[in-house]
Design a protein around this ligand. Structure first.
Ligand SMILES: C[S@@+](CC[C@H](N)C(=O)[O-])C[C@H]1O[C@@H](n2cnc3c(N)ncnc32)[C@H](O)[C@@H]1O
Length: 457
C-alpha cells in the first residue's frame, strides 16, 4: 500500500512526534469485524454457529473481530441476516448514540439516517431500536439506495428507504425527528488502509470540497431535527477541514446547538480548526488506527437546545380495494405473527409505519418492508417478510443444518430435493440454524426456489 505524499506530509505536520506511531499503523495489519444482528441472535450465540473465534470489539456490545479466513461475508449465516460485516471503528457511531441516550434510549424514537448506504449504521440503529419507533434510511445515489434496502431487508430491519437529496427532505418534513445521523460522504482517508482506491482518488484539495458538501448536509439535518433532539455527525477521514473544521463552522452558525461529550476515544483537536475555535471541540471523538484496533473515524454529537417542532403531515398510504383486502386478510392469517398497517406500493403490499411522514412527491425506494406481491388474483409472500420472523418461529419450514449441502444449492437459486417428512407442502421458509434464507414452494419431493435472482450466489 502506498499513500499520497501530500497526505503523509500533512499528517506529519499535524501529529508531530505522534506521526511515527500513526505511520507504523498505516503499514500495519488490518482487522476484519462484524456486528451480530441482535434482532435475530444473542451476541454470544454466533461463535458456536460460525465455528471460528470471535473477539469482542471493546466499544460495541454486539461487535466482534473475526479473521478474514473465516470469509464471514459469504457464509450462509450472512445471507440469513445473522450479522453485518462492519468496520470496527464504524460501530462506534451507533454505540455512541446509544451511549448518550441510554441502553434502551433509542426505542420508540423517530430516527433519520441521511447518508445511509450501504447500511452499516442504519442496520445498527435499527437493531438498537429493536424495530420500534420509526427508522427512515436515505441515500442520494439510486443504485446505492437499492443496496441499502437489501441490507436492511436481510437483517429484518423495519425501515422506510428514501432516495433523496437531504435539502428536499428538510423542506418536505421539517423538524420531525428525535435523532438524525449524518455519516457524511468524505475524503475517506481513514479507510485508505482497507480501500486503496480511496487513496488513488484523493487530492490535497479534496477535504475542502468535501467540507462544503458536509456543511450543506448538516444544514438540512439541523432543520430535520426536533428541539431536544440528537444530531450525530461522523466521517471516516483524518482531515481536520472535514472534522473539527465543519463542526466549528456549524457551531458558529448554530448557537442553538451544543456538543455532547463523547468519551472513550481520543478527543477532537480544537487547534486544528484554527484560532478561536470553540473549546467544545474536545467533546468530539477521533478514532486513530495507532490507538485502537480499527480504521480512522471522527464523531461529533450535537444536541438541539431550542427551535420549533414542525407539524409534519403523515403518510396515509394507498388503501387496498375490496377484493385485495379480502386476499390480504387471508394472507395475513397464514403469514403474519402480528397485525400490520400496510400500503400498496409498486405492486407490493408493504408495511406502513403510522409515524411515516408524507412521502408525496419524494423519491421512495420502499415505504416499508415488502410483505406480499400481487400476482393477478393471488398474493405471494415477499423476501422481506421472511427476514422479519424471529429465529425458529412457528411457521411451515424446511430446516437445514449449517453443514447440509442443500444450503449452498438453495443460495445458488436451484430447486431442492426433500423427503416428504422434512417439510409440509406449499409455501415454506427455507431456514438454516433456524434463520430464514428465503421462501420456497414444496410440491411433492421438490422445493421450488423463490429466492430473488439478484440475491443468488
Ligand atoms: C460514508 S457513506 C455512508 C455509509 C453508511 N452510513 C454506512 O454506515 O454504511 C456516505 C454516503 O453519502 C452519500 N452521499 C453522497 N453525496 C451526498 C449528498 N450530497 N447528500 C447526502 N448523501 C450523499 C454517498 O453516496 C454515500 O453512500
Amino acid at each position: 500500500m502506498t499513500y499520497p505524499e501530500p497526505f503523509l506530509e500533512r499528517m506529519r505536520q499535524l501529529l508531530g512526534p505522534e506521526f511515527a506511531d500513526f505511520e507504523r499503523a498505516l503499514y500495519g495489519p488490518r482487522v476484519n469485524s462484524l456486528r451480530v444482528n441482535t434482532l435475530k441472535l444473542e451476541p454470544s450465540a454466533l461463535e458456536p454457529l460460525l465455528q471460528t473465534p470471535l473477539r469482542p470489539v471493546p466499544w460495541c456490545d454486539a461487535g466482534f473481530y473475526v479473521s478474514y479466513e473465516a470469509r464471514a461475508g459469504s457464509h450462509p449465516l450472512h445471507a440469513a441476516g445473522a450479522y453485518y460485516v462492519q468496520e470496527a471503528s464504524a460501530m462506534a457511531v451507533g454505540a455512541g448514540i446509544a451511549g448518550i441516550l441510554g441502553r434502551d434510549g433509542l426505542k420508540n424514537l423517530k430516527v433519520l439516517d441521511l447518508c445511509a448506504a450501504p447500511g452499516g449504521k442504519s442496520t445498527h440503529l435499527g437493531q438498537l431500536m429493536n424495530n420500534t419507533g420509526l427508522l427512515v434510511s436515505n441515500e442520494i445515489v439510486t443504485p446505492r439506495a437499492k443496496i441499502l434496502a437489501e441490507n436492511l431487508e436481510r437483517l429484518g430491519i423495519r425501515a422506510t428507504v428514501m432516495n433523496e437529496d437531504p435539502g428536499r427532505l428538510s423542506r418536505a418534513w421539517g423538524a420531525y425527528f428525535d435523532v438524525v445521523l449524518v455519516d457524511a460522504p468524505c475524503s475517506g482517508e481513514g479507510m485508505f488502509r482497507k480501500n486503496s482506491e480511496a487513496a488513488l482518488e484523493w487530492s490535497l484539495d479534496l477535504p475542502a470540497t468535501c467540507a462544503r458538501r458536509q456543511d450543506d448536509i448538516l444544514e438540512a439535518a439541523s432543520n430535520l431535527l426536533k428541539p431536544g433532539g440528537l444530531l450525530m455527525y461522523s466521517t471516516c477521514t483524518f482531515a481536520p477541514d472535514e472534522n473539527e473544521g465543519v463542526v466549528s463552522e456549524f457551531l458558529e452558525q448554530h448557537p442553538e446547538f451544543e456538543l455532547f461529550e463523547l468519551s472513550g476515544f481520543a478527543p477532537g483537536r480544537p487547534e486544528w480548526a484554527g484560532q478561536g475555535s470553540s473549546a467544545q471541540l474536545t467533546r468530539t471523538a477521533r478514532l486513530w488506527p495507532h490507538l485502537l484496533e480499527g480504521e480512522g473515524h471522527f464523531m461529533a454529537a450535537f444536541q438541539k437546545l431550542e427551535g420549533e417542532e414542525s407539524e409534519t403531515r403523515l403518510e396515509r398510504g394507498v388503501s387496498l380495494d375490496k377484493p385485495l383486502q379480502k386476499l390480504w386478510t387471508e394472507f395475513a392469517q397464514t403469514y403474519l405473527l402480528e397485525e400490520e398497517a400496510v400500503t400498496l406500493f409498486k405492486g407490493e403490499i408493504q408495511a406502513l409505519n403510522p409515524l411515516t411522514p408524507s412521502l408525496e412527491r419524494l423519491k421512495v425506494i420502499r415505504a416499508g418492508v415488502p410483505l406480499a406481491e400481487l400476482k393477478t388474483s393471488r398474493l405471494e409472500p415477499q423476501h422481506g417478510l421472511s427476514h422479519l420472523y424471529p429465529r425458529d418461529a412457528n411457521l411451515p419450514a424446511l430446516n437445514l443444518a449449517l453443514d447440509d449441502p442443500r444450503v449452498a444449492v438453495y443460495l445458488r437459486g436451484e430447486s431442492l430435493e426433500v423427503e416428504s417428512s422434512e417439510a409440509p407442502e406449499g409455501w415454506i421458509l427455507v431456514r438454516v440454524a433456524g434463520l430464514a434464507l428465503g421462501w420456497g414452494k414444496k410440491v411433492r419431493g421438490t422445493v421450488k426456489n423463490h429466492l430473488s435472482k439478484h440475491l443468488r450466489s
